[in-house]
Design a protein around this ligand. Structure first.
Ligand SMILES: NC(=O)c1ccc[n+]([C@@H]2O[C@H](COP(=O)([O-])OP(=O)(O)OC[C@H]3O[C@@H](n4cnc5c(N)ncnc54)[C@H](O)[C@@H]3O)[C@@H](O)[C@H]2O)c1
Length: 272
């Protein structure tokens, strides 16, 4: 029987951090379209205009918890909400993240700690918080529970004036491999893989380009877009939905034999 048109995540519950914008929002939308129930978190207050409008649009299978990924107590609130509303969890996308650019000698300790806090500690806390529920729930679905940690091409290769972000995303890559092996050896029904986007058109990328313009690196953001396209073999930037497709693949049974792996979605950028 063909699976075309079927909702492939029906009966599954997903949690996506940083789910109000960019890649996280695209994952939320894709998981909902595939029949999952989704809890998304972000920094915005639940009664903010964006949170309310987004939740109205997403419909009854989506719910929201305001949670800063760097705060243990926020993760505990998120865990309580998922437990109360669904009692199970099959998919965890640790997506919330931020960037930092600048020559290494100009980076402050505060900026360094902030990016490690969000990009590394945030992923660790998400995994630690939800591992027991994923372990309990994973045995009931084909392919088991799935953790998708969003790294970057910058977690695979170095780039000038991106060293702190490089370090944070490299940590996500190896942390993911560590937990993947740990879960597999303990026969826990949880797979863990890292996702490595190239340049994706999101608020993060746009704000990053604007900062480079403000620093005088380029006259306007389009110059930077053109430069990124020129560096990318496929000659264009990615749409967030293309990352959500990869996350959907990692979330469900089609990737059942995949754990501790890296899925690179970069238009050929790291193949050069
Ligand atoms: N856009 C790209 O080109 C690109 C490339 C490679 C990797 N990534 C990674 O993909 C992920 C998503 O990036 P994006 O481009 O969609 O970014 P984005 O800024 O458009 O969206 C990220 C979301 O995370 C939220 N967030 C930030 N800090 C948070 C915190 N402390 N707690 C909770 N939520 C927080 C933001 O409010 C935002 O809604 C990030 O981990 C990023 O590093 C992005």
């Amino acid at each position: 029987m063909s699976n075309l048109g079927a909702q492939r995540l029906t009966g599954r519950v997903a949690f996506v951090s940083g789910g109000l914008r960019g890649i996280g929002l695209a994952c939320v939308e894709r998981f909902l379209a595939e029949g999952a129930q989704v809890v998304l978190s972000d920094l915005d207050a639940p009664d903010s205009e964006l949170a309310r409008a987004t939740l109205d649009r997403l419909g009854a299978n989506a719910s929201y918890v305001a949670a800063n990924v760097t705060r243990e107590e926020d993760w505990e609130r998120a865990r309580a909400l998922v437990a109360e509303r669904h009692g199970r969890l099959h998919i965890l996308v640790n997506n919330a993240g931020t960037d930092l650019t600048g020559a290494v000698e100009t980076l402050s300790m505060r900026d360094w700690r902030r990016i490690m806090d969000i990009n590394v500690d945030g992923v660790f806390l998400g995994v630690r918080t939800f591992t027991p529920l994923l372990a309990e729930s994973g045995g009931a679905v084909k392919g088991g529970a799935s953790i998708i940690n969003v790294s970057s091409i910058m977690g695979l290769v170095g780039y000038s004036e991106v060293s702190a972000y490089n370090a944070s995303k490299g940590a996500v890559r190896l942390f993911t491999k560590g937990i993947a092996i740990e879960f597999a050896l303990k026969k826990l029904p949880i797979r863990a893989n890292s996702l490595h986007p190239g340049f994706v058109v999101t608020p993060l990328l746009r704000e990053g380009f604007q900062r480079w313009v403000d620093k005088g690196v380029a006259a306007d953001p389009q110059v930077l877009v053109d430069a990124m396209c020129a560096q990318t073999p496929m000659g264009r930037l990615a749409d967030p939905a293309e990352l959500a497709s990869a996350a959907f693949f990692l979330a469900g049974e089609d990737s059942a034999y995949m754990t501790g792996a890296e899925l690179v979605i970069d238009g050929g950028w790291t193949a050069q």
